[in-house]
Every structure is written in C-alpha cells, then in structure tokens.
Design a protein around this ligand. Structure first.
Ligand code: NAP
Length: 287
C-alpha cells in the first residue's frame, strides 16, 4: 500500500497509473505535478489526482513513491530538480520508453540516493496523449519491464514491483542494455516505419487518391503514426545506437525484397512471406 504517491507528468501513462492504483485501493493520496496548469486542473476535475502542485519540491514532500511519467527528453531536467528535494525513504521510478539514458541522468542527479531509483517501462499505451486519454485498465495483464542496476536497492525494487502488480501488470526484469536493444526492434522500429510510410504518402503527387483508396492494411500499419511527435523524437535520440542498428537491418532486408521483385524471384518472395505469416499467426494465438 502506498501512502502518498507523486506522479510527475499526468498524461496518458501517469494518468492511467493513478486511475489503476486508485481503483485497486492501493494508494491513500495522489499528487500530480506537471507543466501546464490546464492539464493538471483537468486531472483534478476527472478525479485522476487528489491535488495538483506547480512546485516540484512541494509536490514530492512527504511522498513515499515518486513516478516520473514525462517524455524521455525531459527526464534529466526533472531529475536534477528532484535530487535535492527527495524525501527520506521515498522510492523513485520512471516509465520512460528508453532506459539507458534515463539511468545515466538519474545516477548523475540522485548520487547517493540512486539506489532508490528503480527504472521501469510499461509495455502498454495507445497513440493518444494527455490525461483525458488515460484508462484505469491500461496495464491489466500487460508487461512492465524493470531494469534495475547492480546497486538498486532490493526493497525499493520490491515496492515498485508491488505497485505495478496492484495496477494489474505482470512485472519482468531485463538489463537496461537488453531492454533498449530489444525495444528498438519491437517498438521503436515499427513507429519509425509508420511515420515514414504516412509521410511518404502525404508527399506523393497522388496523395489524395491514395488516402481515399486506402484499405485496412494502410490503417493497420500506420495507427501509431498518430503518436506524439515530441515523445518519439526523444525516444529516437535517446536510443540512437540500438535504433540505428535496427533501421540498418531493416534497410538491408528491404533491399533484398526490392532485388527479389526486380528479378521476379517468386520463390524468395513466397518463402519470406510464408516464414513471416507463420510467425505472425503464432503471435495472434498468443494474444
Ligand atoms: P503524455 O500523455 O504526453 O504525458 C506526458 C505528461 O508529461 C504531460 O502531462 C505533460 O504535461 C508532462 N510534462 C512534459 N514535460 C514536462 C516537464 N518538463 N515538467 C513536468 N511535466 C511535463 O505522454 P505519455 O504517453 O503519458 O508518455 C509519458 C512517458 O511514458 C514517456 O516517457 C514515454 O516514453 C512513456 N511511455 C509511453 C507509452 C505510450 O504508448 N504513450 C508507453 C510506455 C511508456 P503537459 O500536458 O502540461 O504538457
């Protein structure tokens, strides 16, 4: 049970965590801290948070759990203000989609209190942003990855795990390096492909006709291109090396596809598509 949680960034993820913990009866008081007063007011009106604060030291005072739910590019700035204001015994965690860069920023900002920082990433979300899009069941049966460092405090890790389990999630652990390498392929690459595909189409001479005649495949493949551009700019820059490796691999594979079509190599095409179809069918069965 959490006595007082402070969620920094009451958007889709921060707001959904607040709703889930309240529904579970796992928290006594929820304090929200954010950037725009309008968004915080809306969070209070929607009953997502009990109280909003516009000063970070005031927001975290007396909190036993602090959750950073701002875009990855804003984590360092928030952590540096948080460091001197951190209450004794408070556990800090984050929800950022990239772990290496957040850990580096947390280590620099929190120094001796770094052991009480538990890096995390819920594998749940939508292409929507903001508190109005938050959902109490967003994390139900979804995976949350924690990426503790060798010096992460075991009790802090257990408290963050228990919080996510109360929100309905299943918790797994990975190293930050493995997390960033794997998510570059499983999440960041598909977002890049969706953004590129939509942008290619809107710049096409026939873009109106293409969009008017687009089928379910275009919609399925590009849903995530409606995601927040600032959030995804930050993820690209923070996970640069792993994302570049994934993009280069994809580029090579796309080159092989182009060659097979140029050569009329139906055998290569059918083998590749069959391998992918079997893998995708397997995924459908698991979901
Ligand atoms: P979001 O809906 O846009 O919410 C972000 C919140 O952070 C907003 O309320 C924003 O306040 C606040 N914020 C931004 N900069 C701030 C600053 N400097 N100081 C204080 N508050 C600030 O975004 P989200 O989708 O919840 O994403 C939040 C985090 O979750 C990101 O790190 C992202 O990588 C991670 N994540 C996202 C997903 C997903 O599918 N969306 C999934 C897993 C993890 P304003 O409204 O006032 O601008």
């Amino acid at each position: 049970m959490i006595d007082k949680i402070c969620i920094i960034g009451i958007g889709l993820i921060g707001g959904s965590l607040a709703r889930a913990l309240r529904d579970a009866g796992y928290v006594r008081e929820i304090i929200g801290y954010g950037r725009s007063v309008g968004n915080l007011q809306q969070a209070v009106e929607l009953g997502v948070i009990d109280r909003a604060e516009v000063s970070l030291p005031d927001a975290v005072r007396g909190a036993d759990m602090i959750v950073l739910a701002v875009p990855v590019g804003n984590m360092a700035e928030i952590l540096s203000t948080l460091g001197p204001a951190l209450p004794d015994d408070a556990v800090v965690t984050d929800v950022g989609s990239v772990k290496g860069s957040v850990i580096t920023a947390a280590r620099a900002a929190l120094s001796s209190r770094f052991a009480h920082f538990v890096p995390g990433h819920p594998l749940a979300g939508t292409e929507q942003s903001g508190v109005a899009a938050s959902l109490p069941d967003l994390f139900q049966r979804r995976r949350v990855i924690l990426t503790p460092e060798p010096d992460t405090d075991a009790d802090a890790q257990a408290r963050v795990r228990a919080m996510w389990e109360a929100a309905g999630a299943e918790v797994a652990t990975l190293t930050a390096t493995d997390h960033d390498r794997i998510l570059a392929v499983s999440s960041h690459l598909p977002h890049m492909l969706a953004y590129c595909l939509v942008d290619m189409v809107v710049r096409h001479d026939d873009h109106r006709a293409i969009l008017e005649n687009s089928a379910g495949s275009f919609s399925d493949a590009t849903r995530v291109a409606a995601s927040d551009p600032v959030m995804w700019r930050d993820i690209c820059l923070a996970n640069r090396d792993a994302l570049l490796e994934a993009l280069r691999q994809y580029h090579t594979d796309l080159g092989a596809l182009v060659k097979a079509i140029e050569k009329g190599d139906g055998k290569w095409l059918c083998e590749t598509f069959t391998r992918a179809k079997h893998a995708r069918d397997g995924l459908n069965k698991k979901q």
